[in-house]
Write a protein that binds this ligand. Structure first.
Ligand SMILES: Nc1ncnc2c1ncn2[C@@H]1O[C@H](COP(=O)(O)OP(=O)(O)OP(=O)(O)O)[C@@H](O)[C@H]1O
Length: 264
């Protein structure tokens, strides 16, 4: 597949409760195949709504959305789409191995590539010893890692992740970021990744999309023109720091537009 993996044109979404919050307004975004794109922005600027629309879990009120050249519903049906939500929804009565294996067992996949070895994926995610435990026996961070392995296990063309590492301590977070990058590079998947962390966005992404709230919209798109792998040395470099500063400025603008005062 070539061209855009995700294409959004004029996306609008108003939540139809009494608040009539304009969660998204006039969102245009085209993400080429294989790109790693992060979305950052103040709380409530519509990041999760955007992800849910791409995942086909919510319908936009305006505009069009295409995923892998088709509708989100069709892409999801064909298992081209994987979603890691903010709260991992694991089945409590299944073991970790059972949880990550289930989607591939119950769904027909769009291609005939052999399924990955789930045990191996779990070991790589540091969950080898937890394979036969149930979700209730795991920490929040471990549950989130199970959700990531489950999404990757389906080998989707497009992977959507909503703040997947926010519950992890710093070192586990770094290890999981690396694991995600390794899987992304191996698979050539397109990734749309929501985060609140500027460092995480610069470390992982080809492109960072900055959003602002009320109405939720895209205010900037910044390409991260840094080589990979993004080593600790690179992370400490002036070039890396320059991108962090740029994004911090753009985010500050987004906060101020939302009526917040930001200390300098
Ligand atoms: N189901 C819903 N019903 C009504 N309003 C909603 C609903 N879901 C989200 N909203 C509102 O839409 C706006 C965008 O919400 P969304 O969750 O997409 O933001 P976000 O940028 O992901 O926030 P956060 O960073 O806090 O997760 C917010 O004002 C939120 O209150």
């Amino acid at each position: 597949m070539t061209g855009a993996a995700i294409d959004l044109h004029g996306i609008g979404r108003v939540h139809d409760d009494e608040t009539r919050v304009v969660a998204l307004d006039g969102v245009d975004l085209s993400i080429p195949v294989g790109r790693f794109v992060s979305v950052i922005g103040p709380s409530g600027c519509g990041k999760s709504t955007l992800l849910r629309i791409v995942a086909g879990l919510e319908e936009p009120d305006a505009g069009t959305v295409t995923v892998c050249g088709t509708t989100p519903a069709q892409a999801a049906e064909e298992k081209r789409l994987g979603l890691v939500p903010q709260q991992p929804a694991l089945l409590p009565w299944l073991t970790v191995l059972g949880n990550v294996s289930l989607p591939a067992k119950v769904n027909r996949r769009h291609n005939r590539e052999p399924l990955p070895d789930m045990r191996e994926l779990l070991r790589r995610a540091g969950l080898g010893d937890a394979m036969h435990q149930r979700p209730a026996q795991l920490s929040g961070g471990m549950r989130q890692r199970v959700a990531i392995v489950r999404a990757f296990g389906l080998q989707p063309d497009v992977l959507l992740l909503d703040e997947p590492f926010s519950a992890l301590d710093e070192f586990t977070r770094e290890a999981q970021q690396q694991e995600l990058l390794d899987l992304w590079e191996e698979r050539g998947a397109t990734v749309l990744f929501v985060t609140h962390s500027i460092l995480e966005a610069v470390r992982l992404s080809d492109t960072v999309v900055v959003m602002a709230p009320r109405p939720g919209r895209i205010v900037d798109i910044v390409d991260i023109d840094l080589p990979r792998p993004r080593t600790q040395e690179l992370i400490r470099s002036p070039e890396f720091h320059g991108y962090e500063l740029t994004l911090r400025e753009r985010l500050r603008d987004a906060f101020e537009q939302d009526g917040h005062e930001v200390a300098s």
